[in-house]
Structure formats: structure tokens, C-alpha cells
Design a protein around this ligand. Structure first.
Ligand SMILES: NC(=O)c1ccc[n+]([C@@H]2O[C@H](COP(=O)([O-])OP(=O)(O)OC[C@H]3O[C@@H](n4cnc5c(N)ncnc54)[C@H](O)[C@@H]3O)[C@@H](O)[C@H]2O)c1
Length: 219
């Protein structure tokens, strides 16, 4: 979703995230080994996020709310869906513009500046990014499953379907609900249930929306 806004996806062609092994910067063990490196990594991601804008695919999904109930379930940690105007967004893997106490995961703060070693919560515990790292629980999963179970249509955009439990969400879609998959390098094939658009989000999502109109005989 956010690649065309200028944010790199999780794994580039070398399997690295912005030049780093994902386990180095996105695991509790990596944070314990080198907290400064991890905080600096997310500081750079936060700066980058504040310099980019939503793209036409984000806006198309926000616009879809005029005629439909749209629930976005995202692995992205950016706020580009929010900025485009979508109102129901479930962040499975956390949010870059929030931090939390390392002592109490319910103690979450909005955060737009750099986060450094020595930045503490009000109870004097180090703050960390509000990001779900590898090996950590995905607290929003239950509510995401419930939304997919109730969906009349499911649109999957831009994922290599490698990270579980997120990649398993599609299995909860009702059998009668059509599934659309938009990705220039799709990891699923078209079947009688799944329609694949092997293209980028900004061109693929308008085609999905047109198919939804055809399927429902117009909105
Ligand atoms: N904690 C985190 O920050 C975190 C964790 C997991 C995933 N994510 C994000 O969630 C997204 C999906 O996760 P993933 O593990 O499947 O990432 P991934 O990097 O493995 O896969 C990204 C997918 O996006 C596709 N893609 C590239 N450009 C596209 C475009 N313009 N339009 C549509 N699709 C495009 C690629 O073909 C690939 O299949 C990624 O953007 C990733 O950055 C963030």
C-alpha cells in the first residue's frame, strides 16, 4: 500500500529491510543486544514517514467508505490510511508514531520525535517503539479475524504472505465472499474464489473497486 508513497516494503530483493536483517531490528532479542541501533532504525523510519504522503490507493479505499463499510486490517506501521481519511483501521503490527513502556505494554504514548536510550515512561522505565516484533503476540489478531469472518468481500494488497499469523487471516473469509489480491508479484494464484490483479496498488485497487461494482450490479 505504501510502496508508491516512497516507503520500502519489509523485505527488498536481498531479503533486507532498509539494509538490515529483520531479526536485528524487529525482535526483542535484537533490542536487548543493541537498543541504540534498534531505536535509531525506527527513528529513521519515523522521519521518513513524516516526509511522505498517502497515495491514490490509500485515497481510493477511504473514498470507498462513502458507499460501504470498509475495515482496513494492515501490517503497515505507518499512518497513511489515517491521513487519507479511512476511519476503521486495525494495525496488526503496531504504529510507528506511538511508543510504549518496556514495563507496561498498556502504557502507550503518541510520539513524533526521535526516541533514545534514556527516554523513560512516567514510572522510569525505558520506552520502546509500539511495534509488534518477531516472536511477540499480535494482540489485534482476534478482532481482525472477527472482521474478516464478517466481510462480504476481502481485498488483499501487497503482501508476500510470509509473516504469520497475518498471512492466515484470509482463511477466515466466508466461503461466499469474493477475495481479490493486488500485488505486482503475487504469491497466490487465481482460483474460482480468488481474483488476482498482478499489478501495483494504485492501478490494481481501482480495478478491484470496478469489479465490486460489477459483482453487485452497481453500488
Ligand atoms: N513491524 C513492521 O514494521 C512490519 C511488519 C510486517 C510487515 N510490515 C509491512 O507490511 C507490508 C506487508 O508485509 P510483508 O511481510 O508481506 O512484506 P514483504 O516485503 O515480504 O512483501 C511486500 C509485498 O508487496 C508487494 N509490492 C511491492 N510494491 C507494491 C505496490 N506498489 N503495490 C502492491 N504491492 C506491492 C511485493 O510484490 C511483495 O509481495 C509491507 O509493506 C511491510 O513493510 C511492517
Amino acid at each position: 500500500m505504501s510502496a508508491e508513497s516512497g516507503l520500502n516494503t519489509f523485505r527488498d530483493s536481498n531479503g533486507l529491510w532498509e539494509g538490515h536483517d529483520v531479526l536485528e531490528v524487529a525482535s526483542p532479542e535484537g533490542f536487548e543486544r543493541n537498543p541504540k541501533l534498534v531505536l535509531d532504525f525506527y527513528n529513521a523510519r519515523r522521519k521518513q514517514l513524516l516526509a511522505v504522503s498517502p497515495n491514490s490507493a490509500h485515497f481510493a479505499l477511504a473514498e470507498l467508505e462513502k458507499d460501504h463499510e470498509v475495515v482496513i486490517v494492515t501490517q503497515n506501521v505507518d499512518d497513511l490510511h489515517e491521513r487519507a481519511g479511512s476511519t476503521q483501521i486495525i494495525h496488526l503490527h503496531g504504529e510507528l508514531l506511538k511508543v510504549r513502556s518496556t514495563d507496561n505494554e498498556a502504557d502507550v504514548l503518541d510520539w513524533r520525535q526521535d526516541l533514545n536510550v534514556g527516554d523513560f515512561c512516567e514510572n522510569n522505565h525505558q520506552l520502546r517503539p509500539h511495534i509488534v516484533w518477531f516472536g511477540e503476540a499480535v494482540p489485534m489478531m482476534e478482532i481482525a479475524i472477527q472482521q474478516v469472518q464478517e466481510a462480504d468481500s476481502v481485498i488483499i494488497v501487497g503482501t508476500s504472505m510470509q509473516v504469520y499469523p497475518a498471512a492466515g487471516l484470509v482463511e477466515f473469509a466466508p466461503y461466499s465472499s469474493p477475495i481479490y489480491f493486488v500485488d505486482p508479484n503475487p504469491s497466490l494464484n487465481s482460483t474460482h474464489r480468488i481474483t488476482v490483479f498482478a499489478e501495483k496498488a494504485t492501478t490494481g485497487i481501482p480495478k478491484v473497486i470496478a469489479s465490486l461494482k460489477d459483482w453487485r450490479g452497481g453500488f
